[in-house]
Design a protein around this ligand. Structure first.
Ligand code: DC
Length: 229
């Protein structure tokens, strides 16, 4: 039986995570949150006091071994997926800005990306997979039949993030958030290894002025057509 693969790439804040989960539920496919793998590796290297030493060759080699053997589990529960590292629940820890910074460091190092390659490929299992990330279509699953690139203007992503943080009771300034997003976009798009860019044959959706249901409908229409071919 062939394994159907849907990739969703794009910048953070475009709604990728939410849409990927909705698609996985809709098609009853497995889900790969590849950003979580980078976050888990970043956290693990930080816990071992290695994250600031990656420019030393011996530390880098040790980190490759850690990446290859990372003890992680994505455990589905009624209230959502728990993320477990070395037997410890790190579901909320990996979402902090700090761990995001560790992940971003890890993501810029080619040998660590390579070390996570097989790990990501292993998520492809019958009947199918929704793979969410930055290079799912361009590097990890180039054979995917459905390749989606979800983007949104920096301004609309900043507005969404402000609402989300305000909902958590935090006092934030849109200008600061927007500047962060623009800096991260620049870093992601200009890095030499696996830069953020759509695959040549990707279906590009700009969600700036669309709600989740509208984006979801565009996606399923496209995916159904791709799988029918
Ligand atoms: O999507 P996210 O914020 O959880 O991703 C965390 C970091 O990992 C971010 O710096 C982008 C990077 N990343 C990547 O380089 N390639 C992926 N496939 C997924 C995430």
């Amino acid at each position: 039986m062939t394994i159907q693969i849907i990739t969703i790439d794009g910048p953070s804040g475009s709604g990728k995570g939410t849409l990927a989960a909705k698609l996985a539920e809709h098609y009853q496919f497995h889900l790969l949150d590849s950003g979580a793998l980078y976050r888990l590796l970043g956290l693990s290297l930080h816990q071992k006091d290695l994250i600031d030493e990656l420019d030393h060759q011996d530390v880098l080699e040790q980190s490759v071994t850690i990446a290859t053997n990372l003890d992680i589990e994505f455990r589905a529960t009624e209230t959502g997926t728990l993320v477990i590292l070395d037997g410890v629940d790190v579901t909320s820890t990996i979402r902090t800005e700090r761990v995001g910074e560790f992940a971003s460091k890890v993501a810029a190092i080619p040998v660590l990306r390579t070390a996570l390659f097989e790990r990501q490929r292993a998520f492809a299992q019958v009947p199918g997979l929704v793979a969410d990330g930055r290079d799912m279509a361009t590097a990890i699953f180039p054979e995917a039949k459905a390749k989606i690139y979800l983007t949104a203007s920096a301004e609309s992503r900043a507005e969404r993030r402000v609402k989300q943080l305000q909902g958590m009771g935090l006092d934030v300034k849109i200008g600061d958030i927007l500047a962060n997003i623009q800096a991260r976009d620049k870093r992601d798009m200009e890095r030499s290894v696996a830069p953020l860019k759509p695959a040549d044959d990707a279906y590009i959706i700009d969600s700036s002025t669309l709600n989740i249901d509208e984006v979801f409908n565009l996606m399923t229409t496209y995916v159904d057509a791709q799988f029918a071919n």
